[in-house]
Ligand binder design. Structure first.
Ligand code: NAD
Length: 323
């Protein structure tokens, strides 16, 4: 079966692609290698799979209808896992219209083409950012999620709403997965764990927004991939499902774990908390457990060790790159 993975060269996408290939799927990876962070990282994420027979790379922008139509015509994917996006909460304040264009228009193009080419299942990579500061923790999928506090969160919620509309009109089965702060090997360099590790190693100050007591539900990449694969194998008419670890961790504890693993002390620099950053994310994962048999296996203490193992194995080239 052919699965199209958009954003397949990115952090989460490259892990999903790898698992699909290992399980024998034909994979069409669509990515435009945009420069939100160093595209070299994305090339490296997939360099080891380029030659695999069941892997096909389409270098295209998901908003480019002509190129995307060509890709659908050529590969006729039965499933689409849509992960391409401008991700990141704080940068969405600087470039809200770009976020609108990639995350909303891009999603729209993919939904149109998926219906036109009779795709049998569409999986949308959504985010915990759809929950605003007013959502009651632990966050449940039946929360109305109508008050996201960042442009990024708003675009992700809009993506989910579009998914519903297309499901309603065309009957396409759609599962929207709300990922909670994903980390692990190949993590985006703009995200806290990777950014902190880099700054600690370069003896640069680690920026902490707020007083360091904010809580995030950090979720290890392998658990996220398990959730994505379970969604692919359980076709639902229309569902929105949280994928988190369900164990929020205090930001300063993450810094301490990194210090321990890297064996270097961090220089901390405190900054005011931006208004788009929630004080807490916490997934209620009972729906994922019930519908997908999802059970996160990796706790932060082990996950950070595995991240640091990867990070140090790449440090020789990472240290000279601008992220
Ligand atoms: P990432 O930036 O590493 O991956 C996104 C990929 O999409 C990149 O390879 C990028 O080049 C590609 N892309 C961007 N714009 C594109 C376009 N116009 N056309 C084609 N490709 C394009 O990010 P990630 O962390 O792997 O996130 C993957 C998905 O999961 C995103 O949709 C993101 O919003 C969502 N998500 C991520 C997290 C997290 O913690 N990493 C949390 C919640 C949701």
């Amino acid at each position: 079966m052919t699965v199209m993975v958009t954003g397949g060269a990115g952090f989460i996408g490259s892990h999903v692609v790898e698992r699909l290939l290992d399980e024998g799927y034909d994979v069409v990876c669509v990515d435009n290698f945009d420069d939100f962070y160093n595209p070299k990282m994305k090339r490296r994420n997939i360099s080891h799979i380029l030659k695999r027979g069941n892997f096909h790379l389409v270098e295209a922008d998901i908003r480019d209808i002509a190129s995307m139509t060509e890709a659908f015509e050529r590969y006729r994917p039965k499933r689409v896992i849509h992960l391409a996006a401008l991700a990141g909460v704080v940068p969405s304040l600087q470039r809200p219209l770009d976020y609108n264009s990639v995350n909303i228009t891009g999603t729209w193009v993919l939904l149109e083409l998926s219906c036109k080419f009779s795709v049998e299942q569409f999986i949308f990579g959504s985010s915990s950012s759809v929950y605003g500061a007013s959502s009651k923790a632990p966050f449940r999928e039946d929360d109305p999620a109508v008050e996201p506090i960042s442009p990024y969160g708003a675009t992700k919620r809009m993506g989910e709403i579009l998914c519903y509309t297309y499901h309603h009109i065309y009957g396409i089965p759609i599962t929207s997965l709300r990922f909670f702060t994903v980390y692990g090997p190949r993590q985006r360099p703009d995200l806290a764990i990777h950014k902190f590790a880099r700054r600690i190693m370069l003896a640069q100050p680690v920026p902490i927004y707020g007083d360091g007591s904010s809580l995030r539900d950090y979720t290890y990449i392998d658990d996220i991939v398990d959730g994505v694969m379970a969604s692919l194998k359980n076709e639902f008419e229309f569902e929105i499902i949280n994928l988190g670890c369900a164990r929020p961790v205090v930001l300063m504890d993450v810094v301490r774990l990194l210090e321990e693993c890297l064996k270097v002390k961090a220089k901390i620099e405190f900054h005011p908390m931006p208004p788009c950053d929630p004080p807490l994310t916490h997934a209620d994962i009972s729906k994922a457990q019930k519908l997908l048999g999802y059970q996160p296996k990796v706790q932060i203490e082990d996950g950070i060790k595995m991240f640091v193992d990867w990070f140090m194995s790449e440090w020789d080239w990472l240290k000279d790159e601008t992220m």
